[in-house]
Write a protein that binds this ligand. Structure first.
Ligand code: IPD
Ligand code: CA
Ligand code: CA
Ligand code: CA
Length: 259
């Protein structure tokens, strides 16, 4: 894809997200339906479904040959990263959305033949859209976003997944204790935003493809490291424990995990 095409897709994607977020904010105080999925805290609302349906529909209308991986079932069964693959998480942080009407994100990621192209993490309630990719750089709304400082683990806050922290699974509690402090935001997208904006030195969690796709593109554009907990490249079509950190903190995290 050349730069002109990437810029044209970027204009479209930002327009879809703006429309979806405006619609969601307008309906925040209306009654909505909440259903449980795998357990009592794994929720889906009619807004997750309507937003995903809208975003998937826009992609299909504009790019009928592309494939789509999405959380709530409107996408395709995708077996390979060959060609153009979109990832959609319509509401990331559904539990926050239901309980707080705050701290949730909309996310889109676009890959071509497995390579990063464009990523979007929109904090819906603050309207902060972090967007970009390797060809167009990193941006926060209309401004170019400076890259985060390459801080060591002890110098920054570390985002964690609640149960992993509680059980010290994969040494997550040890890693967080070696930082300045642990944080649990309840939205993988907003955790990635914090690291990319230089407000956290890392984040670790088990994540599904739609949870990580946009964040990986933006974090790598920002010069951060995104790997599995074992330090391997991510498999974009499966769930795995994901680690995003500054380059300086990465060997420190690995050392703690191997201890
Ligand atoms: C969830 C959030 C949460 C993370 C979970 C995700 P969802 O996404 O990102 O922070 O811990 O693993 O599933 O279900 O609200 O889109
Ligand atoms: Ca969910
Ligand atoms: Ca999610
Ligand atoms: Ca979701």
């Amino acid at each position: 894809m050349d730069l002109l095409e990437i810029k044209a897709i970027n204009t479209d994607a930002q327009r879809w997200l703006t429309k979806a977020a405006t619609n969601l904010r307008q309906h925040l105080n209306t009654h909505f339906q909440v259903q449980t999925k795998s357990d009592r805290n794994d929720l889906v609302t009619n807004f997750d479904k309507e937003t995903e349906n809208f975003l998937v529909d826009q992609i299909r209308q504009n790019f009928p040959n592309d494939k789509i991986v999405s959380e709530e079932g409107f996408g395709d069964q995708v077996q390979t990263m060959h060609g153009r693959v979109w990832f959609v998480d319509p509401i990331d942080g559904t539990l926050n959305f239901v309980k707080q009407r705050n701290d949730f994100a909309m996310m889109i990621g676009l890959y071509e033949d497995g390579r990063n192209v464009l990523g979007y993490i929109l904090n819906v309630m603050t309207d902060e859209l972090l967007w970009g990719g390797p060809e167009i750089g990193l941006h926060l709304n209309e401004k170019v976003q400076p890259l985060p400082l390459d801080q060591p683990l002890a110098a920054g806050l570390f985002g964690v997944n609640g149960p992993m922290f509680a059980y010290n699974h994969e040494h997550v509690r040890d890693i967080a204790f070696a930082s300045s402090g642990a944080r649990i935001l309840g939205s993988a997208g907003l955790e990635f935003q914090q690291v990319i904006l230089g407000r956290q030195v890392g984040y670790i969690s088990r994540l599904a493809p739609w949870d990580v796709a946009a964040g990986k593109i933006l974090a790598e554009t920002a010069g951060l490291s995104v790997t599995t907990i074992d330090g391997d490249p991510l498999d974009m079509l499966k769930s795995q424990v994901v680690l995003v950190t500054t380059r300086r903190a990465l060997p420190e995290v690995q050392k703690i995990r191997q201890s």
